[in-house]
Design a protein around this ligand. Structure first.
Ligand code: MN
Ligand code: MN
Length: 458
């Protein structure tokens, strides 16, 4: 068996469409950095494509502004099963705490609590932007994006200078060098002017930098300090995604786990206009923290959506019809995996791990040593996928992630498998996964799109 580099196989024409596809992906990655922003992006495009919210033949559904689903009715009845692709649109980041703002030594900061699996040292000394919403007491919502336009200020978490960091940081374990409570974002440093009536009154002249920040927040966004308790504001790396390398082989940018699969499955969905089976493409939230909560894969939101699609075909969603549909459904858990990094070859199994530029990766199982907590796709299902991918010229690799004893990871696939459908993890390999600047290969990006399109057509 010989693995092939995508660029050794594809035609000149395909190289061109690959490049155009990558350019559009870079735009998406730069514009949609949170689950809410991804939902807005998808909704806007589908409305332009004349989709209807809740539409029977083709429609979309949004839950709590963080979960998105879209579907297109197939030629065959839903009783013959669906084609489902599920990815996630949440990404590791720093959430502002409920009471974030404090001042110390005339510097104002936001306290944070990280979300998902981060290496804390990645998040210091880089420009950050703030994204999210503040929902005020009267229910009105203020959308926040600060730090992405050229004229915007950015934010940062300061690190200790090496001169003074020897004991505090350099002698410690990497994970302990930067405690979570030190991930405080610098947000201001000019005190509020003293006012004449305040002079002399005890306490009123304290925390003037913080007070000035609060004044700016009130003037610019109409929000008060209390409003942070009903806000969701995330700090994420500021700036756009970029092509990377002299040959522009790669795309570097924040949040490619898993917005690369969200984007490719969404574009595949848009292209499959006349599917055989009903196609349903899902974009989940909360994957990075174990799929908890009512917008996650562990919630029963998927189930209720299937009930709706069954009812839309004038069938009644009884348990026997529901499980008949589920057993005939085929699904892809669209998520990224680790590409082999030759610099850290010791954690990889060269023969079994994925190579950058060698195509979309079917990960038959995830989990960790002993296959614990993993969904493993059946051989029959992998055979089915090989068949449709080869017919459609999809370059793919079948791989695992890392040496058995080195670690592992999970995805949403096991929650969907519990309904009885066949599901397997599939997606492009990344380098620097879960870092503020993740790296994908443009060839793998395109093959992921082609794989999803072939699957939805099947
Ligand atoms: Mn993921
Ligand atoms: Mn992840």
């Amino acid at each position: 068996m010989e693995k092939k580099h995508i660029f050794d196989v594809i035609s000149e024409q395909e190289k061109e469409s690959l490049k155009a596809f990558a350019e559009d992906y870079v735009k998406f990655l730069s514009e949609a950095k949170t689950e809410r922003e991804s939902v807005d992006y998808f909704r806007e495009i589908l409305l332009r494509d004349h989709f209807e919210e809740g539409g029977k033949e083709r429609g979309f559904f949004i839950y709590r502004n963080k979960f998105f689903a879209c579907w297109r009715r197939g030629k065959r009845s839903i009783r013959e099963g669906l084609r489902v692709i599920v990815s996630h649109i949440d990404t590791p980041r720093l959430d502002l705490k409920l009471h974030p703002l404090f001042e110390d030594m005339d510097l104002a900061f936001f306290k944070t609590h990280y979300y998902g699996g981060i290496k804390k040292y990645h998040w210091v000394a880089l420009p950050l932007s703030l994204h999210g919403v503040v929902v005020k007491k009267d229910g009105s919502t203020v959308k926040i994006i600060i730090g992405e336009r050229d004229e915007d200020p950015v934010f940062t978490i300061c690190d200790l200078l090496p001169h003074l960091g020897r004991k505090r940081q350099e002698e410690k374990k990497l994970a302990e060098a930067i405690p979570a409570e030190n991930l405080n974002i610098l947000v201001g440093g000019i005190p509020l002017e003293k006012t004449s009536e305040e002079i002399g009154e005890n306490g009123k002249q304290k925390e003037r930098v913080k007070k000035r920040i609060l004044k700016i927040l009130e003037e610019r966004y109409g929000i008060t300090e209390e409003d942070f308790v009903s806000a969701e504001i995330f700090a994420v790396p500021a700036g756009r995604a970029r092509f990377l390398g002299f040959d522009e082989a790669f795309i570097g940018g924040y949040g490619q786990d898993d917005r690369i699969c969200a984007y490719t499955s969404f574009q595949a969905f848009r292209e499959v206009t006349d599917p055989i089976h009903t196609v349903l493409v899902l974009f989940m939230d909360r994957e990075e923290i174990g799929s908890e909560g009512n917008t996650s894969a562990k919630s029963r939101i998927f189930e209720s959506l299937i009930y709706r699609l069954i009812k839309d075909e004038n069938l009644s969603p009884t348990p026997d019809i529901f499980f008949e549909v589920m057993e005939k459904t085929k699904a892809l858990s669209a998520d990224v995996t680790a590409g082999i990094d030759p610099i850290y070859i010791e954690v990889h199994d060269k023969l079994n791990d994925a190579k950058m530029g060698y195509g979309v990766v079917i990960s038959r199982y995830t989990g960790h040593g002993g296959k614990y907590l993993a969904n493993e796709a059946h051989a029959e299902y992998v055979s089915f996928l090989r068949n449709i991918f080869e017919k459609e010229g999809v370059i793919y690799q079948v791989a695992s992630m890392g040496k058995v004893d080195e670690g592992g990871g999970g995805t949403v696939s096991k929650y969907f498998a519990s309904y009885g459908m066949d599901i397997v993890d599939i997606g492009p390999p990344l380098l620097s996964m879960h870092s503020p600047f993740e790296v994908s290969h443009i060839g793998d990006l395109y093959m992921t799109f082609k794989a999803f399109r072939a699957f939805l057509k099947s």
